[in-house]
Write a protein that binds this ligand. Structure first.
Ligand code: NAP
Ligand code: ZN
Length: 383
């Protein structure tokens, strides 16, 4: 066996961990750039806790609270410039994947004079230290070394990108957080849609992580555990209460940890085909990232099962996945449909355009899907 496992983030889980473990932040620097979205971090108390923790440590902070969903390159540059001009020496993100990803790029841009293309190509050698307070349970960005940003402009940084913005993923070991503070109390008011969509993202990470060529022994252990934890919350998700705070706090915490585990999985394995394909729904229809993956999983897994049966050179992985899910695929597909509800529909032009696109993650997917099969998954999922 060969193994190369890196996950340098120290994970703190538990109620009030930001305040109780605040001293961990002291060695990171004198002034933090806090990166967050426009609303939720104020409403759920995470920003107040972070500000209190920093103040008690004698650390200043500067606030960047303009991160939008599916953050843009422009937003990352703005946050990076703010850190630079105000002399911040570390970056603390609060929120879902969007603020965490924008913060990673800002940490790089604060200490490098680089172009947008250099950022997207990971051509940088330094970054400010990072810490994260995730307030959704889905992306696992707090335990990954990825930042996903919208590329909105051409290389000149001004002209709008031909064909519209594209989602691009940047990978760098400098994007690992030093600390991730997981406190489920910040998630108590998350409504049904965001809760379900982000859970679908974490579930996709764990499932896809078992189905890539870079899968390894440890990533599989983490993926199986993450899947089991998420499946244990399935009944609660299906009967989501009309009052979000009535969703079990114990299950919120379980989903939050499962999401961090799934982040550790994809930090090793990368993602498989659905993650490349789902970006088309998000870019064209604004579909939430997790839902986009969720829409593709059933058809993707059906294709995996079919190819395993037909091609003896493919070592079967679906039986192991089914064991992790604790059920056969048909029952899992039924649960997925109930979570997804009515599916989005693509028109013929969209279907044929997307089906012709090469998919970045196809090469990392163990069944090595061809272009015809990619088209088949699009048609079955949203046709
Ligand atoms: P998000 O875009 O960060 O947030 C979605 C919405 O949820 C926002 O309106 C946000 O409001 C709100 N929100 C966040 N926390 C909340 C809370 N505790 N209570 C109530 N509302 C809350 O969603 P996400 O699904 O977590 O992140 C998606 C992004 O992550 C995508 O861009 C995706 O590509 C990326 N991603 C990254 C990785 C990685 O490894 N880096 C992996 C997967 C996905 P505010 O804006 O007001 O905060
Ligand atoms: Zn994802």
């Amino acid at each position: 066996m060969k193994l190369d496992y890196l996950m340098p983030a120290r994970l703190l889980l538990g109620e009030n961990c930001v305040i109780e473990q605040r001293s961990l932040l002291s060695p990171l620097g004198k002034k933090a750039l806090i990166v967050m979205g426009k609303n939720s971090a104020r409403k759920n108390g995470a920003y107040a806790d972070a500000a209190k923790a920093l103040e008690a440590n004698g650390q200043d902070h500067v606030l960047y609270d303009q991160v939008m969903e599916n953050p843009t390159d422009t937003c990352a540059f703005e946050a990076g410039n703010l850190a630079k001009t105000t002399g911040c020496d570390f970056v603390l993100s609060i929120g879902g994947g969007s603020p965490m990803d924008a913060a990673k790029a800002a940490a790089v841009l604060a200490v490098n004079k680089i172009s947008k293309e250099e950022l997207f190509n990971s051509s940088f050698a330094a970054a400010l230290p990072l810490a994260a307070i995730p307030t959704t349970a889905g992306t696992g960005s707090e335990t990954t070394h990825y930042s996903v940003l919208m590329d909105t402009t051409e290389a000149d940084g001004k002209t709008p990108r031909a064909g519209g913005p594209a989602k691009r993923s940047i990978a760098s070991p400098l994007f690992f957080s030093r600390f991730a503070f997981l406190d489920a109390k910040y998630l108590l008011w998350l409504g049904r849609n965001i809760t379900v969509n982000t859970t679908l993202d974490a579930l996709s990470h764990a499932i896809e992580g078992m189905l890539t060529l870079r899968t390894n022994y440890l990533s599989n252990i983490l993926a199986r555990e993450s899947i089991a934890m998420i499946m244990d919350c399935m009944d609660d998700l299906l009967s989501f209460p009309s009052e979000p705070s009535a969703f079990s706090a114990e299950k919120r915490e379980k989903l939050l940890l499962a999401s961090s585990l799934a982040g550790m999985v994809i930090a090793q394995s990368g993602t498989a085909l659905p993650h490349s394909m789902g970006y088309y729904f998000t870019a064209n229809w604004d579909t939430a990232h997790g839902r986009a993956n969720g829409l593709l999983i059933k058809s993707f897994l059906s294709l995996c099962r079919e190819k395993e049966k037909k091609d003896p050179s493919i070592a079967p992985r679906i039986p192991g996945l089914s064991a992790a899910l604790g059920m056969d695929m048909e029952r899992f597909f039924d649960l997925l449909e109930r979570l997804l509800g009515i599916r989005e529909k693509a028109n013929k032009t969209e279907l044929s355009a997307w089906s012709a696109q090469p998919m970045k993650n196809a090469a990392n997917t163990y069944i090595k899907p061809n272009q015809e099969e990619i088209g088949q998954i699009f048609r079955e999922s949203v046709g």
